[in-house]
Ligand binder design. Structure first.
Ligand code: FMN
Length: 362
């Protein structure tokens, strides 16, 4: 048996058990997904901000770019605001917290956002209609009815856990594969049973805890960017790995050039878990605004309303090249990144892992 012939690879119908982590917030690209899938891994597209029509479009484009399996990702829970809104007082309080940044950038504060309604139900209809080979999700578990339809349609389901308890709940729901999402990872912490702050377990501990109690194959995610990381995850019982930050840094992702440069720069040595950027806890490269807001989290708006402030700041800060006012998403492993081409990253990860298992020098 070769190292890559795992149960997860078999279930997903791919050669190498290497998943490219889906990126929400418009950072995924069809080119990245198809490059990874065509190289024998599983490309993933983060679609939680897309409209149903946009998901149909993306799915068609991916199908045209690869005939290999791929993954589309949604957020099951995508709203923390009660009735999709906040009181005028709460909004005013947040305005005061953010006014200095708007003043610094010379832009006006945004209006109070309209009522937000969850997008998940309409999005998942598209998944069931378009039938991507793999449907991964985070922030919860879809209903039994949706999971049953996926099974019937042959769509493989993949859910994310940040604690052992979450993995156990995912297993009892009958999910095909479970992601052990360690706190090293870039992007949001997808906790759904208790707060993200109290669910900060590292990938390699979480993986081992889950392996003790859960039979469903596990995908290790967080802090893996090369063959050594893959070999370590497999040694600890992972059936596959999901690599995010390393793929985000490649030319094929939809990240901006500045974002990619930041991931390859010295700045990437320091990352922060912050709620300031969306209202939910996520990891990105430490910036001035991330540091400023770390202990002022009570004044923030709930997800996703908080993005109302941050998207305006971000847009103006990019225009004025004020990089310290932006959170560039990224995980703790960024300082070891080497590759700027997704196909080369895939090739290197596969060769390094093979060399490791052949007892060659890596
Ligand atoms: C910018 C960014 C956005 C992400 N968005 C999503 C998402 O929408 N859905 C999801 O399941 N995972 C998301 N992730 C997590 C990745 O898919 C992956 O699990 C994680 O990045 C792995 O850890 P690493 O960054 O240390 O490699 C995101 C990660 C990053 C860096």
């Amino acid at each position: 048996m070769m190292w890559y012939q795992t149960k997860a690879a078999q279930i997903l119908g791919i050669k190498y058990p290497i998943l490219q982590g889906p990126f929400g917030g418009n950072l995924s690209s069809v080119e990245l997904v198809s490059t990874v899938s065509n190289a024998g891994g599983l490309g993933g597209y983060g679609a939680y901000t897309l409209s149903p029509q946009e998901i149909i479009e993306v799915d068609k484009q991916i199908k045209a770019a690869t005939n290999k399996p791929y993954n589309i990702n949604l957020w099951v829970s995508d709203n923390d605001a009660v009735n999709g809104t906040v009181s005028d007082e709460q909004f005013k309080q947040a305005e005061e917290l953010f006014r200095p940044y708007f003043d610094e950038l010379g832009i006006t504060l945004p209006e109070k956002p309209g009522v937000f309604t969850s997008r998940f139900e309409n999005q998942v209809e598209v998944i069931l209609h378009q039938r991507p080979p793999v449907f991964s999700f985070m922030f919860g578990i879809p209903s039994a009815d949706i999971l049953e339809q996926c099974r019937r349609l042959g769509i493989v389901t993949v859910g994310a856990a940040t604690t052992l308890d979450e993995a156990i709940v995912l297993e009892s729901a009958g999910i095909d594969l479970i992601i052990a999402s360690g706190f090293e990872a870039g992007g949001h912490r997808p906790s759904f049973l208790t707060s993200a702050e109290s669910s900060t377990i590292g990938t390699f501990v979480l993986l081992q805890l889950i392996k003790e109690k859960v039979k469903t194959p596990v995908i290790a995610a967080g802090g893996i960017a090369n063959g050594k990381g893959v070999a370590a995850a497999l040694a600890l019982g992972a059936d596959a790995v999901q690599i995010g930050t390393a793929f985000l840094a490649t030319d094929e992702s939809n990240a901006t050039n500045v974002h990619r440069q930041m991931l390859f720069s010295d700045a990437a040595k320091y990352t922060t878990l912050s709620r300031a950027f969306s209202g939910r806890l996520g990891r990105g490269i430490t910036s001035r605004i991330a540091k400023d807001l770390l202990h002022k989290e009570n004044g923030l708006l709930p997800f996703p309303l908080q993005t109302q402030f941050m998207s305006h700041i971000r847009k103006a800060a990019i225009g004025q090249e004020k990089w310290d006012m932006i959170l560039f998403w990224g995980g703790q492993i960024a300082p070891v990144l080497k590759h700027t081409k997704a196909a080369e990253l895939m090739k290197a990860v596969i060769e390094e892992t093979t060399a490791y298992f052949d007892h060659l020098k890596v």
